[in-house]
Design a protein. Structure first.
Length: 152
C-alpha cells in the first residue's frame, strides 16, 4: 500500500506542476498524466489498471496557487479488512473512465505490452480512497519583469 500511496502522490505532484505551468490551470486535462504516472501499478496486480483509470482529479486556482485534489480508489483484497476499512463501490463506477487507446499509448511509451482490461475485478469491490492534495504557484501570476533593455 505504501508503494501505491507514493505513486499516487507522485502523480499529484506531476499534475499540479504541469497545471501551474499551463495557460489556464483549471482547464488542464490530467488524463494522460494520470495514466502515465499510475500505469506501473499494473505490475502489482493487473486489476489495478482499472482503478488507475477511475482516479478522480480536481484542479482549482485560488489567488496565486494551483490546488489539486486527487482521489485514488485502491481495491482492498484482504477479506476481513475490506469491510472494516473500505467502502463498497460499484465495478461499473471503476470502469467509467476507461480509455483503451490512451492506455495502449502509455504502455507503448513504456515499451510494455498493453494490459488486459478484462482482468478479473470483483463485483462491487471494497476500496480505500487515497486522497492526496498538492499545490504549486500559478506561473501565470508571476509578473514578467524582463524587458529587452534590461541586462541579463
Amino acid at each position: 500500500m505504501s508503494y501505491v500511496f507514493f505513486t499516487v502522490q507522485n502523480a499529484a505532484f506531476t499534475i499540479v506542476q504541469k497545471a501551474a505551468n499551463s495557460a489556464i490551470p483549471q482547464q488542464y486535462n490530467p488524463t494522460f498524466d494520470l495514466v502515465y504516472d499510475l500505469a506501473p501499478l499494473e505490475k502489482i496486480n493487473s486489476s489495478l489498471i482499472v482503478t488507475t483509470l477511475a482516479t478522480q482529479c480536481q484542479i482549482q486556482v485560488q489567488s496565486e496557487q494551483v490546488l489539486l485534489t486527487l482521489r485514488y480508489p485502491m481495491i482492498i483484497w484482504v477479506p476481513l479488512l475490506n469491510r472494516l476499512w473500505g467502502q463498497r463501490i460499484s465495478s461499473a463506477a471503476l470502469s467509467q473512465n476507461l480509455n483503451p487507446n490512451l492506455l495502449k499509448t502509455v504502455f507503448q511509451l513504456f515499451h510494455l505490452p498493453s494490459p488486459s482490461l478484462t482482468a478479473s475485478i470483483p463485483s462491487d469491490p471494497y476500496v480505500h480512497w487515497f486522497v492526496v492534495s498538492a499545490s504549486a504557484l500559478d506561473e501565470n501570476s508571476v509578473p514578467n519583469t524582463a524587458s529587452p533593455e534590461s541586462p541579463i
